[in-house]
Design a protein around this ligand. Structure first.
Ligand code: TXA
Ligand code: MG
Length: 354
């Protein structure tokens, strides 16, 4: 299959391009769409065969459900069995935007979308291109991040092409995504509600709207065999670059570790975060200075990881960002990327499972 890439203005999407994309989706095809978080791999959410193609293109395990994108709260209500008051409050505060809510699903949703589970994840994206497309389609859009399963999410069309060229009909290229990190996922089917995946909307912001939301992620415990997983995005090994990634605590003598790796003849990368000091240079060491603020760091993190992967390194070190809440989603993704390289309880490396 030939993949067509169409540039599209992020703020004023061309109507003809939107119509072309809607037409591909109506035929059961796959279209990669920009959202304010990351690029999504979209299909008609009400057509099981179309959604099956998402799983095939991504190489995604069938037990990992996908998010359904809707234009607004009313469209979301038509896809669930119950709409609690908390959902209204959250949608009024954060939709359209980077918040996904999980609710009991209606029978309209095919089993494949929810991995046969009883709930569906819903999100109304804010990106003008995604919105224009949702308005042009008489159906909601199932759309996971547009990357191969377990690898880094794409925040630019070029990242998508690396993974999915020849596997999708169309990519709408609207330039880099604004947030750069996947949406916050909140489970409202649970009492009390809990955060399944941290994201651009932090716990404090959520707590201002629903006062009893809990945080329930076990960063290292979950494995694919763990039947108790509520949201497969909680799997330890997720969001990983191809290069082996290790986190280094910034308050420890990390330069020593880096120099040792360089001296052992390895090609080494470092995502540096910290003081604005001059950094050492070494022939086989590539250093990338990351932005100081969490918001800016999140925006470019996946892009920098993609770039480091392209250098053909033996190892990538990342300095651990601060512990404060604004860094929660970033630390979550980095921890998962690093877990891919840490031995599990049996001493087996979890990497290379794919
Ligand atoms: O920002 C985003 O959410 C992006 C853009 C494209 O919208 N999408 C995204 O989708 O990140 P994906 O499939 O890569 O991640 C979906 C997350 C996973 O952690 C998945 O396990 C969880 O949402 N999820 C989906 N349906 C669920 C459900 N019914 N119950 C619990 N978790 C669910
Ligand atoms: Mg994903």
């Amino acid at each position: 299959m030939q993949t067509v890439v169409l540039p599209i203005d992020p703020d004023h999407p061309d109507r003809l391009v939107i119509e072309q994309a809607a037409e591909v989706l109506s035929r059961g095809g796959l279209v990669v769409i920009p959202t304010e978080t990351v690029y999504g791999l979209a299909a008609n959410a009400l057509q099981a065969e179309a959604v099956q193609r998402i799983f095939t293109a991504k190489g995604r395990p069938s037990q990992n459900p996908v998010i359904v994108h809707v234009v607004d709260e009313m469209a979301a209500q038509s896809l669930v069995r119950a709409w609690p008051e908390r959902a209204t409050r959250l949608c009024q505060a954060f939709w359209p935007g980077p918040l996904t809510i999980v609710l009991p699903r209606s029978e309209l949703i095919p089993d494949i979308v929810t991995a046969s589970g009883s709930t569906v994840a819903l999100r109304s994206p804010a990106h003008p291109v995604a919105r224009a497309l949702l308005m042009a389609c008489p159906f909601p859009l199932a759309a996971p991040s547009a990357n191969r399963s377990s690898s880094i999410s794409p925040t630019k069309a070029e990242h998508v092409l690396k993974d999915l060229n020849g596997l999708v009909e169309l990519i709408l290229d609207a330039g880099p995504c604004a947030h750069g990190l996947e949406s916050t996922v909140v489970d409202l089917a649970k009492e009390p509600p809990c955060i399944l995946r941290p994201g651009p909307i932090g716990p404090e912001e959520l707590l201002r709207v629903i006062t009893d939301v809990r945080w329930e992620i076990r960063p290292h415990a979950a494995t694919e065999k763990d039947a108790s997983i509520r949201s497969p995005g909680q799997l330890s090994r997720h969001y990983a670059p191809k290069t082996e990634l290790h986190l280094l605590p910034a308050d420890q003598p990390f330069w020593k570790t880096i120099h040792q790796a360089c001296e052992a003849g390895q090609r080494v990368g470092l995502l540096y975060w910290g003081m604005d000091e001059p950094l050492p240079s070494q022939p086989n060491l590539i250093i990338d200075r990351m932005p100081a603020s969490a918001k800016e760091y999140g925006k470019v993190m996946y892009d920098r990881l993609h770039a480091m992967d392209a250098h053909g390194l033996n190892v990538l070190f990342v300095l651990v960002p601060p512990k404060s809440e604004e860094w929660l989603a970033i630390r979550d993704r980095l921890t998962r990327a690093a877990v891919a390289n840490e031995p599990d309880a049996t001493g087996t490396l979890q990497r290379n499972q794919e």
